[in-house]
Design a protein around this ligand. Structure first.
Ligand code: DGJ
Length: 696
């Protein structure tokens, strides 16, 4: 609900548990009043009536109090908007008007020098607020262009506290989204990506608490960006103890572009959430938001998939894929995905990227016959692509060496022997559309794993005027291509992958069905990655595979099939091992795990997540609750001193109800599970179990 004060200059946005208030002064300064528990309009107006504290020498009274600090005037905080035009720097806006309905507020401002309309947009989505900015050059043809150096969708303002603690999800390839929590000192801490994609090194999310929040209680502020290119989020602790979080697309000067008269720019969304339900409450609210407003068709659970990458690498053939498909189908797999190396001269990572036609030696009849067999086995059929890239050793590159991002007279830097196509070129976009649309029309493909395996380096297009707009233009072109493909092929599902979890954010999630969480499929490492991932994103999009033991990709760790399955069952279950080498006993056991997963899948993928104990040296556990059903997944890393691990206290149950568990054969009192906890019975090293609970 959105309410407007009597003089039309105070606004109050209220979600089910939170409120957000702002005020326009008589000097057209837009001040932040409140973000936190629900308040009334009278409370907001009382806050609005308070005068700004006097500015101290060398400081500005506006700093730390403005909704959207622009560059220019008495401001020294990181500007959310930085523009130039006609030799004039910065913005001085005048208020025009506001438009509000049930869940959207738009505030329109105008800078007469730049002829720039600035609209701040607020959209209420439960307790999540989506913020976005629209910039329109209203000048007539012939007036000077406005140069945009930075246009962030939002600055989020947090109240003064004695202490602030910053949580972030940092990582690197094969070790993505690990949660780090540390005190925030004074000044700015900046996280982001300078790589052209969201990146493995940080998920675009931060959470702040006053050092007191726990998993299940306390105030937590968090923000997440919906953008899949380079980005930047600055968390700034001011001298008075307030914090401002400013973020958006583009890093350093990379986002720079020109706004011509009559044109407009719409920023990505930077969403914010306040909760007093602790870190777990924040995660559940983010998950509910993504289910309701971000992920396509989120109410439909994702199928169990098989992916051939770890089993076959680049050495693939139709016969071998058929064999794997038969084994996968016998396990109960529902979607069979052929990974890399089905196309062109792709016998290693040195060649073939860009040539999206089936390799005739490997698939003499094209992909159709394999797809038909997969369908005949009762599974859906998926393929891997990496459309934004090209190997220099490819027909595409030989025909169009100028189609890649590069700079005149400079080295074309290769990573994984590949270069990045310049998607801001119309001819490249038209080519990709034809190839991909053709591919999806020529064989019965139900699923596309869309990969991106190197960062940007030599961003440029010789001959094009500066600023070239390649950094953000690439992401917009990617979104456009995905949107068009989804529209033309509505039954095809898409997975976002970038060498594992290098492209996971709210932007890509609004146009893909699930993401590849990490190339690290070791089931123990994966628990920490999944713990971090779940801070923001729900199990419904978190793909996880059971692979071989010893782990072939990374660390050679030996683990039981049970531990591997229970680890992967915390998300969208997949299998990625070499099934031709699994024993009959392993295949039979795997069949049972897949059947069990299908039973618990609606609870895992669509239920509420409670992180009962974080991954560590001993016991860790998560719980999902959906209606009368609950599922607990528990893992024991190592048993110490021969002691039985402490019972895990469950959440989200009715204390007055009884719960039956077919896995232990017991019936438990809800109050006992909540207070004393569930005895897992796990022993030794790397043990794991699933507990289903149903209210009786
Ligand atoms: C990186 C992905 O993360 C892997 O799963 C696999 O698809 C390879 N690329 C294929 O080259």
């Amino acid at each position: 609900m959105i309410e407007t004060g009597a003089d039309g200059r105070t606004w109050l946005l209220s979600g089910p548990r939170s409120s957000y208030a702002l005020r326009l002064t008589e000097h057209d300064e837009l001040l932040h009043l409140h973000w936190g528990p629900q308040i009334t309009l009278a409370d907001a107006e009382a806050l609005a009536a308070e005068p700004l504290p006097p500015a101290r020498p060398f400081e500005s009274a506006l700093d730390g109090r403005e909704e959207y600090p622009v560059e220019g005037g008495p401001r020294f905080v990181p500007p959310a908007l930085s523009v130039r035009g006609g030799g004039v720097r910065g913005t001085e806006w005048r208020y025009r008007n506001a438009a509000a309905d049930e869940d959207e507020l738009q505030l329109h401002f105008f800078d007469p020098v730049h002829q720039l309309r600035i609209t701040l947009v607020y959209r209420l989505r439960g307790d999540v607020i989506e913020r976005q900015v629209v910039l329109v050059h209203e000048g007539r043809f012939g007036t000077s262009e406005v140069e945009l150096l930075r246009e962030d969708p939002a600055t989020w303002t947090l109240p003064a506290r004695d202490r602030w603690r910053l949580s972030q999800l940092h990582g690197r390839w094969a070790a993505e989204s690990r949660l780090v929590r540390a005190d925030l000192t004074y000044g700015e801490q900046v996280i982001g990506s300078r790589r052209g994609h969201t990146g493995h090194h940080h998920l675009p999310w931060v959470a702040l608490d006053a050092g007191e929040a726990t998993e299940e209680s306390g105030e937590v502020y968090s923000c997440a960006l919906a953008w899949s290119g380079s980005w930047r989020v600055s968390v700034h602790r001011l001298p008075d103890g307030t914090v401002q979080i400013t973020g958006g697309s583009g890093h350093d000067g990379s986002g720079q572009h020109l706004l011509a008269p009559g044109t407009a720019v719409v920023t990505p969304v930077f969403a914010g959430l306040w909760t007093d339900g602790g870190f777990g409450g924040a995660s559940r609210a983010w998950h509910a938001y993504q289910h309701a407003h971000v992920i396509p068709d989120a109410g439909t659970p994702r199928p169990v998939l098989y992916n051939s990458w770890e089993a076959t690498g680049f050495d693939i053939s139709e016969g071998q894929q058929r064999k794997l498909a038969r084994r996968a189908a016998a396990l109960g797999v529902e979607l069979f995905v052929v990974d890399d190396a089905w196309f062109g001269e792709r016998v290693s990572d040195r060649a073939g990227l860009g040539d999206w036609t089936p390799n005739p030696d490997r698939f003499p009849g094209g992909l159709g016959p394999l797809a038909d067999e997969v369908h005949g086995l009762g599974m859906r059929f998926g393929i891997w692509v990496e459309p934004e890239m090209v190997n220099p050793d490819s027909d595409l590159y030989r025909a169009h060496p100028d189609w890649v991002q590069h700079q005149h007279g400079r080295t074309r830097t290769e990573f994984r022997n590949q270069l990045v196509l310049d998607l801001t070129r119309e001819d490249v976009r038209a080519h990709l559309w034809r190839r991909l649309d053709g591919l999806l029309s020529s064989a019965p493909v139900d699923y596309v794993k869309w990969d991106f395996n190197r960062p940007f380096t030599d961003v440029g297009r010789p001959g094009a005027a500066y600023p070239q707009g390649l950094w953000s233009g690439h992401t917009h072109a990617l979104y456009d291509l995905l949107d068009r493909l989804r529209q033309a092929h509505p039954d095809v599902a898409f997975e976002s992958c970038s060498g594992g979890g290098g492209r996971i954010d709210l932007g890509i999630l609004s146009r893909t069905d699930q993401v590849w969480t990490s190339d690290n499929t070791d089931p123990l490492d994966r628990l920490a990655i999944q713990h971090g991932f779940s801070q923001l994103h729900p199990a419904r999009v978190m793909a996880a595979w059971v692979t071989d033991s010893p782990n072939t990709q990374l660390n050679g760790r030996v683990s039981s099939l049970c531990f591997r399955f229970v680890s992967a069952m915390a998300g969208v279950l997949g299998i990625g091992g070499d099934l031709t080498r699994w024993t009959e006993g392993e295949l039979a056991e795997a069949r049972d795990w897949v059947a069990l997963y299908k039973e618990i899948r609606p609870v895992v993928q669509l239920g509420d997540l409670y992180r009962l104990r974080p991954p560590g040296d001993g016991l860790s556990a998560v719980q999902y609750v959906r209606g009368d059903d609950s599922v607990v997944l528990a893992w024991l890393r190592a048993q110490a001193y021969g002691e039985e691990p402490a019972p895990v206290r469950l959440r989200g149950l009715d204390p007055a109800a009884a719960y039956v568990c077919p896995d232990t054969g017991e019936t438990y009192r809800g109050a006992v599970l909540l207070h004393r906890g569930l005895r897992t019975g796990l022993t030794g090293d790397l043990d794991a179990a699933v507990f289903r609970l149903r209210r009786v």
